[in-house]
Design a protein around this ligand. Structure first.
Ligand SMILES: Cc1cc2nc3c(=O)[nH]c(=O)nc-3n(C[C@H](O)[C@H](O)[C@H](O)COP(=O)(O)OP(=O)(O)OC[C@H]3O[C@@H](n4cnc5c(N)ncnc54)[C@H](O)[C@@H]3O)c2cc1C
Length: 417
């Protein structure tokens, strides 16, 4: 079967890889000059299967109110006349109950844990290198109240097959000695030893090269304008000046996926949530962490990528605006240098913003659509790098008529009907 994958981020490229491995003829289309140049470019680097918790929790609306008006708030909502965003917010609020949180956590975890195993398999099959580290992820806390409210989640997630350990401040420092500067402030941590980190862009770029070697063709610098429908089928995709045809189509365009689907009457509640990152070349590598970290207080993550430290965080609902507010970027960089003083030169840091394709329940949207040969693979939000290989394999299986290795219930577009 000939399959057109629309979008060459980490999700689209992983989908193309698994499709090609299953014997399909695959073409990948993207407007950028190479793979992985949009949201997959400079994310937090975490393969955080054990931290696959949705944003929508019973406590989130109160935190959002508390953060209102603070420029350094981890979450910013720019109020605007945007019907899609308002309707997304209502759905999000509907997911902020204990019951929905439990359901959504199980769904996200199911995909994330499966995905980490698929990533390991891709590594084994291809020998791919992407500054990967298998040193676990430590979520550390400085606020006793926040820590206390996180602990019941540990049990819940371990019951779903996670491996999360409650650790004391002393154990936090044993796991990651680079935290010494804030050692006295720590109240505890949650450590997941089998989580990982690595450079999502390096992975995407390298996997695209491997895909090319196994026969996938790539059409870069090509903007996708519209899908052409004839009754129950898509018959082509209109790109700059030409119509490409395939037997099946996968929309993997991250936050832009809903825009392509809307004219077909398919409403996908995926909105962009802007995040920031700073990539700091290390001048004193010994002062920087090697274990990937989550700083609960500022909702920031740290991942060591070779001789660089990636710092990422913040969520801003501001439509498709990718502009970089220097103060917000410098804020996350400053926080990193408070914890790991003098590990690098802030002036050399590369600053970046990207748009997380976010669903209101924190679960991706994968698989079939109401149109028989049209499939989606998007909405992975904060966990697109974590979930890419699993999501790619699952969608390739659905297209190929193979029974997926894990149940897909609750991860399809039908849940929004
Ligand atoms: C600050 C930040 C930190 C993050 N940290 C982590 C983390 O630590 N761990 C984790 O698992 N996830 C993390 N994420 C999330 C993760 O980066 C995303 O979920 C993931 O990159 C989404 O991949 P994607 O392939 O769906 O989208 P993208 O990478 O955005 O790919 C979509 C592709 O579609 C193409 N496209 C879109 N529209 C068109 C069009 N009209 N025509 C042609 N091409 C088009 C784009 O060019 C792009 O290449 C983070 C995100 C951010 C912003």
């Amino acid at each position: 079967m000939k399959v057109a994958v629309l979008g060459a981020g980490v999700v689209g490229v992983a989908t193309a890889y698994f499709l090609a491995r299953s014997g399909h003829e695959v073409i990948v289309v993207d407007r950028q000059a190479e793979a992985g140049l949009e949201t997959s470019f400079a994310n937090g680097g975490q393969i955080s299967a054990n931290h696959a918790t949705p944003w929508a929790t019973p406590g989130t609306p109160w935190k959002a109110v508390k953060w209102l008006g603070r420029r350094d708030a981890p979450l910013l909502l720019h109020l605007r006349a945007d019907l899609a965003l308002w309707s997304w917010c209502l759905r999000f609020l509907g997911n902020c109950t204990n019951q929905r949180m439990r359901i959504n956590t199980e769904r996200a975890l199911r995909v994330a844990v499966y995905s980490r195993a698929q990533l390991a398999e891709v590594r084994e099959q291809t020998g791919i290198q992407y500054d990967q580290l298998q040193r676990g992820i430590l979520h550390f806390y400085r606020d006793p109240e926040e820590y206390g409210s996180a602990l019941p989640q540990v049990d819940l997630m371990n019951r779903y097959g996670c491996s999360r350990h409650i650790v004391s401040p002393k154990e936090c420092l044993e796991i990651e000695p680079a935290l010494t500067a804030i050692g006295d402030d720590l109240v505890g941590g949650i450590f997941s030893p089998d989580d990982e980190s690595g450079d999502a862009f390096a992975f995407t770029h390298e996997l695209a090269r491997i895909c090319h070697e196994i026969g996938v063709s790539f059409r870069f610098d090509t903007a996708i304008r519209a899908l052409v429908r004839d009754g129950d089928r898509i018959t082509g995709v209109d790109c700059d000046g030409e119509r490409l045809r395939a037997d099946a189509y996968v929309v993997a365009m991250g936050s832009y996926s809903p825009l392509l689907l809307k004219p077909l009457g398919i409403r996908l509640p995926v909105v962009p949530a802007k995040g920031y990152s700073a990539t700091l070349p290390l001048t004193r590598p010994e002062a920087a962490p090697v274990v990937s970290l989550i700083d609960d207080e500022f909702k920031m993550v740290y991942s060591r990528l070779g001789n660089r430290l990636r710092i990422a965080g913040t969520a801003e609902f501001a439509g498709y605006d990718l502009s970089l507010d220097d103060r917000r970027a410098r804020f996350i960089l400053g926080k990193a240098l408070e914890i790991f003083p003098d590990c690098g030169d802030a002036e050399q840091a590369a600053l970046w913003t990207g748009l997380r394709p976010s669903t209101p329940d924190g679960v991706p949207v994968m698989g079939r659509t109401p149109i028989s040969n049209l499939f989606v693979n998007t909405g992975h939000g904060t966990l697109g790098w974590t979930m890419a290989c699993g999501a790619g394999r699952l969608v390739a299986d659905v297209i190929g008529g193979v029974t997926p290795a894990i149940p897909l219930d609750g991860t399809g577009i039908d849940r929004f009907a």
